[in-house]
Design a binder for this molecule. Structure first.
Ligand code: BDR
Ligand code: CA
Length: 317
């Protein structure tokens, strides 16, 4: 049986890795993409999402344009230094032929999930604005989704946008707090695991000539690899942030998880910080016993994840 997913995304180099990974995976049926600002502005994220489905020969997969701005905080910047001005490492990709759906992302999410009760897993690879808007439109979403798997946050390690916060959560902390405190089956794939799931340059080079897909990923990844080489030389490669969510959907046993309620700090110097209450089992009267548990990924079988990625992404185009 395949897992039906909708991916909410800000493509983005590692978003492209994740989307093409999902499209190649026989275990996954990709129902649609919804877009969000983050690595690029939402208008470009939509163009890049259309470009990816066309590149993959799947122009039938719908793309819905999402929120252009966070719920409350201003959008200060996108991540051109990490992903290039075009989101694909300044590789000058062709303009897509297709157009997004007429309906906005939040409405597409609600309609798709409600039409397929308990069948759709929402996979979120960017700031969580669309998900918070979808919940506001249709609170019954919490019971209708099969699950939510998000790349974001840092429960046991520091942030990447600043010492406190991971980039996706930092860009819309209010939306993230809505998503973390909603009563749905939520898995957090944060920096705790994605800073362990490193792809080294020789691994990328070995994949390069397998298919047109791996050649495309190789061409866009050098910019991303160079960024991490400059700012986090100790990693000695590039973190597989967004592809780790797809690995989780395909094989959750690659991950070790700990359940805990999570709140998001929404202002001050730690805005965007994900704060888990790992002590909630003590049932302290001051604990967050009224907040549903998030399934937090705290460790990963890196070799197993890389092996799954390699096996899947090198399947014939
Ligand atoms: C997250 O931020 C974005 O740059 C990546 O695409 C990923 O979703 C990592 O913090
Ligand atoms: Ca992303």
């Amino acid at each position: 049986m395949t897992t039906k997913i909708v991916i909410d995304t800000d493509p983005g180099i590692d978003d492209a890795m994740a989307i093409l990974f999902a499209l190649k995976a026989p275990e996954i049926e990709l129902m649609g993409l919804t877009t969000i600002y983050g690595n690029v502005h939402t208008t470009l994220a939509t163009q890049n999402a259309l470009r990816l489905v066309e590149f993959a020969g799947r122009p039938d997969i719908p793309v819905a344009h999402g929120a252009d701005l966070p719920l409350i905080v201003p959008l200060k910047s996108v991540a051109a230094e990490v992903h290039g001005d075009d989101g694909f490492g300044n590789t000058n990709q062709p303009t897509p032929q297709g157009r997004p759906l007429a309906k906005p992302a939040a409405q597409y999410i609600v309609e798709t999930v409600m039409a397929n009760p308990t069948e759709i897993t929402l996979v979120c690879l960017g700031p969580l604005t669309n998900l918070a808007l979808a919940l506001a439109l249709e609170p019954r979403l919490v019971d209708a989704v099969a699950g939510v798997v998000l790349m974001g946050g840092a429960a046991t390690v520091g942030g990447n946008i600043n010492p406190a916060a991971e980039a996706n959560v930092h860009k819309d902390p209010h939306a993230a707090d809505v998503v973390f405190t909603a009563d749905w089956p939520l898995t957090m794939v944060g920096l705790d695991v994605t800073h362990k799931a490193i792809m080294h340059s020789d691994f990328l080079a070995d994949l390069k000539n397998a298919t047109a897909t791996t050649q495309f990923l190789d061409s866009i990844s050098h910019f991303y690899m160079d960024f991490y080489r400059r700012v986090q030389p100790a990693l000695d490669g590039m973190p597989m942030h967004d592809p780790s969510t797809i690995a989780y959907v395909i094989n959750p046993s690659l991950f070790i998880t700990r359940p805990a309620p999570v709140r998001v700090i929404t202002d001050g110097i730690a805005a965007g910080m994900t704060l888990p209450d790992f002590h909630q089992g003590w049932a302290s009267p001051n604990g967050w016993t009224d907040i549903p548990l998030t399934n937090i990924c705290v460790d990963v079988d890196v070799a197993g994840l890389l092996n799954l990625y390699q096996k899947t992404i090198t399947r014939p185009d």
